[in-house]
Design a protein around this ligand. Structure first.
Ligand SMILES: [Zn+2]
Length: 317
């Protein structure tokens, strides 16, 4: 097993956001620090070639080695099929016949009596019609795939910042009920389990990310998450433990980084003006600022001539 440091898949379409670039910088620094490989995984399934090209140019400008980037499809159909069978054999997922509430297009879908139905209300307009396809919610009976409720994580995982691991554990307490991972409408991914064909929600596949990595013969030593991937990371760790896989020893959280531009200068012009080292330092400093949200501006970049030391939050042994 090759030891790697990674993040949840990164969609190249976010290249405009300065905070997005910090994932790649932090992964590279963590890899050096822990003496493992940096393994940034791009979510290129839906993204445009043009976005990927621009992202690569920006990373090159920052002096990052783009040959580490894995811009292939994350989940192959064969892997998805094998993973689902293994999850079923291990009792992590089960098949059940359930009454499903759904809209016409299938974007809204939940089990009758589901605890999550409150959050789905925001997807409806004032007339009770779905915002996605302006249809009413109707009931249907279907064979579906459900997960086991999350078990609490008992393995020690340390985090940066300190408070981050508490958020991860919070999900284990909150989601103590089975949830639906199959969908009634066609999706990109599907699997056959016990002779039945199920469409799978790609977002839910990330819950079993550690199993996919085990298939790729990679062991995750540390994982970086951002504001929009905390839930996926939390589920991935909980299911990882339930599958008795080795869990990453450390997790890092990148804050929401807002960049306020005073000039019309593009990213490329800015890197050319201040040099890649200052831009890198400023972004790493912001990503390790121990906050949930941080604003940076050109002044921060101009003054960032000090090297940023990456905190090691675990023993190497
Ligand atoms: Zn809909």
């Amino acid at each position: 097993m090759e030891k790697v440091t990674t993040s949840l898949p990164l969609n190249p379409k976010h290249h405009e956001k300065m905070g997005f670039l910090t994932f790649f910088l932090l992964l590279e620094e963590l890899a050096k620090r822990y003496e493992v490989a940096s393994f940034p995984m791009l979510d290129t399934g839906e993204s445009a070639q043009e976005d990927q090209k621009i992202l690569l140019q920006k990373l090159q400008l920052l002096g990052l080695d783009s040959k580490n980037l894995h811009n292939k499809e994350i989940f192959t159909p064969e892997m998805v099929q094998e993973v689902m069978i293994e999850l079923y054999k291990k009792g992590i997922i089960t098949i059940a016949e359930k009454t499903i509430h759904r809209c016409h297009c299938g974007k809204i879908q939940f089990i009758e009596g589901s605890k999550l139905s409150d959050s789905k209300k925001s997807l409806l307009d004032s007339n009770g019609l779905s915002k996605c396809c302006s249809s009413s919610i109707h009931k249907t009976t279907a064979r579906v795939l459900l997960t086991k409720p999350l078990d609490k994580i008992t393995t020690r995982i340390v985090s940066f910042p300190d408070w981050f691991i508490k958020e991860i554990h919070w999900f284990g307490e909150k989601f103590d009920f089975p949830f639906l991972i199959s969908r009634v409408t066609p999706q990109k991914y599907s699997a056959i389990v016990e002779g039945d064909h199920f469409y799978l929600d790609a977002d839910h596949l990330f819950y079993f990310y550690l199993l996919f990595y085990a298939y790729m013969e990679k062991e995750l030593t540390s994982v970086v998450a951002g504001p929009s991937t905390i839930k996926q990371l939390a589920f991935m760790l909980h299911f990882g433990q339930m599958l008795k896989l080795s869990l990453p020893k450390s997790v890092y959280s990148i804050p929401k980084i807002n960049y306020s531009k005073e000039t019309r200068e593009t990213f490329t012009e800015m890197v050319k003006r201040y040099g890649p080292v200052r831009v890198r330092n400023a972004l790493l400093w912001a990503s390790l600022s121990n906050r949930k949200e941080i604003n940076i501006n050109e002044g921060h970049i101009k003054g960032s001539n000090e090297e940023v030391i990456i905190p090691v939050v675990e023993d190497k042994n």
